[in-house]
Write a protein that binds this ligand. Structure first.
Ligand code: GDP
Length: 342
């Protein structure tokens, strides 16, 4: 990519998409598309095609498609699968039709089998059954990978696939129930601290191990891959260290300042027992994460606090407006009384 290349980030409002737009901008790429496309329905092929026809992007990062944590995957498998199948399918086809120079499709580490040897190498994809809690979403992501490879094989399309670890960062979905583990724990533990709760319940046994990657570091890795990688085989995008959910909770407890006990709700599912990527290929491109895990968690917590403050301020303004509305204004009062006369 050149600094003036036209670059489209599909899913620019998602955690990864927003981080990509921010990182591209800070590296001096100035011709970016995807920041203000809320009205564009990526599940509608005619809208996607019209967008490509009018904007003519040269490079595409495909970070679109709904995603969520273990509970969202349990509740909305159809929505997640459909959204990812359709957005993947339409964007890849339009990118092919409008001859983009290169496209990077972002899949997910849950595309690997449930009992995959660890760390997971790219060639282990499709060597075993998937984890049932995220099978629908994972199948859509695998279909995306296979579709990229099919366009490459049949038409020589310059499509790449990246497989990121569990991504987190500022601007994450902190909704609590449907979010991934880091933003979910941040919200729930922060609320427990505010209530001075004596204990805090973590979902599952706390034993599963996960590899996480900070969204800004991932964005940097994606830009490097777009510039330096050109193979049909996917490339893992992980930071190279892992942690158990129980250890993660202890770290967050320190950062958030929660003083109660931590206990485990083993009636909730654990999901995949271990999910760690072998990112040797990415290391060979001379990439390593810039941000320490602790610093990344602290930054994410700060972003949560800012979003809460913003919401509080919004709610206070709304209350003020409502109160002001109810105060009788003399002219209006008279007019209303007058209106009621027969
Ligand atoms: P996964 O990596 O695809 O399994 O998805 P998640 O990021 O949602 O969950 C990772 C692990 O964290 C699972 O073992 C969950 O049971 C566990 N976990 C513990 N507490 C929470 C929580 O508050 N939210 C979420 N999403 N997961 C949690």
């Amino acid at each position: 990519m050149h600094r003036d290349s036209k670059i489209y980030v599909a899913g620019g409002q998602s955690l990864i998409g927003a981080a990509l737009l921010g990182e591209l901008e800070s590296q001096g790429y100035g011709n970016l598309l995807g920041k203000y496309t809320e009205g564009l329905d990526l599940t509608d092929p005619s809208q996607v095609d019209a967008y490509f026809a009018t904007t003519k992007p040269e490079y595409v990062f495909l970070a679109a498609g709904k995603s969520g944590g273990i509970e969202a995957n349990r509740k909305y498998p159809a929505d997640l699968m459909r959204d990812n199948l359709l957005t993947g399918c339409h964007i890849l086809h339009s990118a092919f039709q409008h001859r983009v120079k290169k496209l990077l499709y972002l899949a997910s580490s849950c595309s690997y089998p449930k009992h995959c040897p660890q760390p997971m190498k790219e060639e282990y994809l499709l060597t075993g059954l998937l984890e049932p809690t995220n099978e629908a979403y994972a199948l859509a992501k695998i279909a995306g990978i296979k579709l990229c490879q099919a366009y490459r094989r049949q038409y020589g399309a310059p499509f790449l696939c990246g497989i990121p670890g569990n991504t987190f960062g500022p601007g994450d979905d902190f909704s609590g129930d449907d979010s991934h583990v880091i933003p979910g724990l941040i919200r729930r533990m922060h609320e427990a601290k505010q209530k001075k709760a004596p204990s805090f319940l973590i979902w599952g046994t706390g034993a599963p191990r996960r590899e996480f990657i900070f969204s800004r570091d991932l964005a940097e890795a994606c830009i490097l891959v777009m510039n330096e990688y050109d193979e049909a085989e996917p490339i893992n995008l992980g930071m190279g260290s892992d942690i158990s959910i129980a250890e993660l909770a202890m770290l967050l407890k320190e950062i958030i300042g929660f003083r109660g006990e931590i206990s485990f709700d083993s009636s909730r599912p654990d999901g995949m027992p271990v999910k760690i990527l072998d990112s040797g290929k990415l290391r060979n491109l001379n990439w390593k994460p810039r941000t320490s895990f602790r610093k990344a968690l602290e930054e994410t917590y700060q972003s949560f606090l800012r979003s809460e403050e913003k919401q509080d301020r919004g709610a206070r303004t709304e209350i003020k407006l409502l109160t002001a509305d109810r105060r009788p204004r003399p002219a209006e009062g008279r007019a209303r009384t007058g209106d009621r006369r027969p």
